[in-house]
Design a protein around this ligand. Structure first.
Ligand code: C2E
Ligand code: MG
Ligand code: MG
Ligand code: MG
Length: 282
């Protein structure tokens, strides 16, 4: 009987594996169709300077409305896009759409071209495309967004691939006026040597540190170290995932002034984001 139940367990395991594999294939297929069907949209989350309350930027965040399953979490489907290579096409759409939206905000006088940055997430696979620089330049040209308004968010994962190629592409984009933020800073490779070589302009303190900053001394210490590092390397700094006033108070006391988090605003659909800017202006 032990043998039987062992066999049953293996059978169940196989079935579960097969189900997982076919669910994954279905997901990949649905993602393949999503772009053509117009199921993707971008939401925008404001970035705020706490010193004067001004919205100084926005991060474009991909949203997918699955026709049957409803809204899907990017945390889950971005990885499938990345692994299947679909991220190249979808990422191209994100860049074009985000630049177009931001150019419209500028044309409508809702943002200050000198002070507002549009932040777009770039996945490692997308960044590794041989014509990545040209693609970015193309989106800027098509949208007529001033190049200096675009900031690309990269992660430490990009660096591990090929540092010379990474630095080379970044420098070419910087020549165009584009800037860079290191996303989720502190969670990945975080080598000081790499950070010194990479021409990034801004560090984004990962939300995992912010979450426990006020009750875990280790996280508080990591934040202090990141603030010190940003200062000594002359990099701008923004804290991600700020939800509570005490987190904000702590970060401000450390000398961090830019914020992105639910305390200020959730990511908003385009119309709602425009309304928010309109209120700030009016
Ligand atoms: P990320 O780039 O680190 O983006 C910040 C994430 O934190 C977003 O999750 C945002 O909604 C969430 N967030 C912001 N403030 C708070 C807060 O106060 N509390 C909490 N709990 N969360 C907060 P989202 O939109 O689910 O995106 C998850 C990740 O998916 C992003 O992390 C990014 O890595 C990836 N992603 C999203 N859009 C794109 C895209 O267009 N391209 C690529 N390559 N990746 C994307
Ligand atoms: Mg990001
Ligand atoms: Mg992040
Ligand atoms: Mg992240």
């Amino acid at each position: 009987r032990a043998k039987d139940s062992g066999r049953n367990a293996i059978q169940l395991f196989r079935t579960t594996m097969q189900e997982a594999a076919s669910a994954r294939l279905r997901l990949e297929n649905d993602l393949r169709l999503a772009l053509a069907r117009g199921e993707f949209e971008l939401h925008f989350q404001p970035q705020v300077d706490a010193r004067d309350g001004k919205v100084v930027g926005a991060e474009a965040l991909l949203r997918w409305q699955h026709p049957q399953l409803g809204p899907q979490s990017p945390a889950q489907f971005i990885q499938v896009l990345e692994e299947s290579g679909l991220i190249v096409e979808v990422g191209g759409w994100v860049l074009a759409e985000a630049c177009h939206f931001c150019a419209q905000l500028l044309a409508d006088g809702l943002v200050d071209g000198e002070r507002f940055s549009l932040c777009v997430n770039i996945s490692p696979r997308q960044f590794r495309q041989h014509d990545f620089v040209e693609r970015v330049a193309g989106s800027l040209r098509d949208s007529q967004l001033p190049n200096a308004m675009l900031k690309l968010e990269i992660t430490e994962g990009i660096v591990i691939q090929n540092i010379d190629d990474t630095v080379g592409k970044m420098l070419r984009l910087k020549k165009h006026g584009v800037s860079f933020a290191m996303d989720d800073f502190g969670t990945g490779y975080s080598s000081l040597t790499y950070l010194k070589r990479l021409p990034v302009d801004m560090l984004k303190i990962d939300q995992s540190f912010v979450r426990d900053a006020t009750n875990d001394p280790n996280d508080a210490e990591i934040i202090r170290a990141i603030v010190a590092m940003a200062r000594s390397l002359g990099l701008a700094l923004i804290a991600e995932g700020v939800e509570q006033q005490d987190q904000l108070d702590f970060l401000q006391a450390q000398g961090c002034h830019l914020y992105q988090g639910y305390l200020f605003s959730r990511p908003l659909p385009q119309e709602a984001f425009r309304d928010l800017l309109g209120i700030q202006h009016g």
